[in-house]
Write a protein that binds this ligand. Structure first.
Ligand code: SAM
Length: 277
């Protein structure tokens, strides 16, 4: 049976009510993805007749009611106002990671011919957005997960950046021998036993957990900065990891260490300019 788009929108909103935080918006996003259309189309075609028994749509509604993230159902995610492909192989990009992009852009000149290495590329959003803003930079993007690399590869191809972003599989910088001008990372930084919201259970666990304490990978990356003489490191971190980062860096020579906050005013990352004697 068919229903008007606006009626179906209302019906899905009611089904998701009490299950997800923004049922109306999610119902809208779901219908837009189902129709393969944008918001303008959605707004201007409210009376279009839609098959309410489409197996795909019914499956999405059922799975979303069980907390499966909408992005994994629609294979669409928005980041920094651009649309990316996503599936269960990679972490769903978070809006707070947009600050990391801004921090990198604030401390690099747009025309610099630098080598940027990203550790933990996931879906590719960071390297892709930086490559779009830094046209002369070359990127090496590493991940330990082949499934995440497959998602990144798909997005890099979608954006036509395959000749500028090289993907490598490995543990941190083990597969990078080149001189690095800038290291960027949004590493896993949650403690192993931290209580998690149920929707996080659908995301790759090695994208979330940084070790027993949580900051183990961040510490390993800070070690790499000094072993590999990397001048600049921009890294996302947990809201409660600022003091640990400051303490860890005490024995090292630092030109500057600045922390940045997310929109909720939580500490969310840092920019380390290192001194190498
Ligand atoms: C928090 S996700 C970040 C993904 C993406 N950059 C983003 O910001 O949405 C962390 C990523 O690091 C990868 N990772 C975890 N441990 C790693 C390691 N030892 N070496 C390289 N990558 C690792 C995970 O597979 C995951 O894709």
């Amino acid at each position: 049976m068919s229903k008007r788009l606006k009626e179906l929108h209302e019906e899905i909103t009611q089904t998701l009510n009490g299950v997800v935080e923004s049922p109306r918006r999610e119902a809208e996003l779901m219908l837009m993805a189902y129709l393969g259309k944008d918001q303008l189309y959605f707004i201007t075609h409210q009376d279009e007749m839609i098959d309410e028994n489409s197996p795909e749509l019914l499956e999405w509604i059922e799975k979303r009611s069980c907390n499966v993230p909408l992005e994994y159902l629609t294979n669409r995610v928005s980041f920094y106002s651009r649309e990316f492909y996503i599936d269960e192989g990679a972490l769903i990009p978070r809006p707070e990671t947009e600050h990391l992009i801004d921090e990198v852009l604030a401390c690099t000149a747009a025309d610099e011919a630098i080598t940027v290495v990203e550790v933990g590329v996931g879906s590719g959003i960071i390297s892709i957005m930086l490559a779009l803003h830094l046209p002369n930079a070359r990127f090496i993007a590493v991940d330990i997960s082949p499934r995440a690399l497959a998602v990144a590869r798909r997005n890099i191809e979608l954006f036509g950046l395959s000749d500028r972003i090289e993907l490598r599989e490995g543990d941190l910088l083990s597969c990078v021998s080149e001189k690095i001008d800038l290291l960027v990372s949004n590493p896993p930084y949650i403690a192993q036993d931290a209580p998690l919201e149920s929707n996080l259970s659908y995301e790759p666990q090695n994208a979330l957990f940084g070790g027993e304490i949580g900051d183990e990978i961040i510490r390993r990356l800070m070690d790499e900065v000094y072993v590999r003489h990397i001048p600049l490191f921009v890294c996302e971190m947990g809201y409660d990891q600022r003091i640990k980062v400051q303490e860890y860096l005490k024995p090292f020579s630092v030109q500057s260490l600045e922390f940045y906050k997310d929109l909720a005013s939580f500490d969310r990352g840092f920019v380390l300019k290192a001194i190498h004697e």
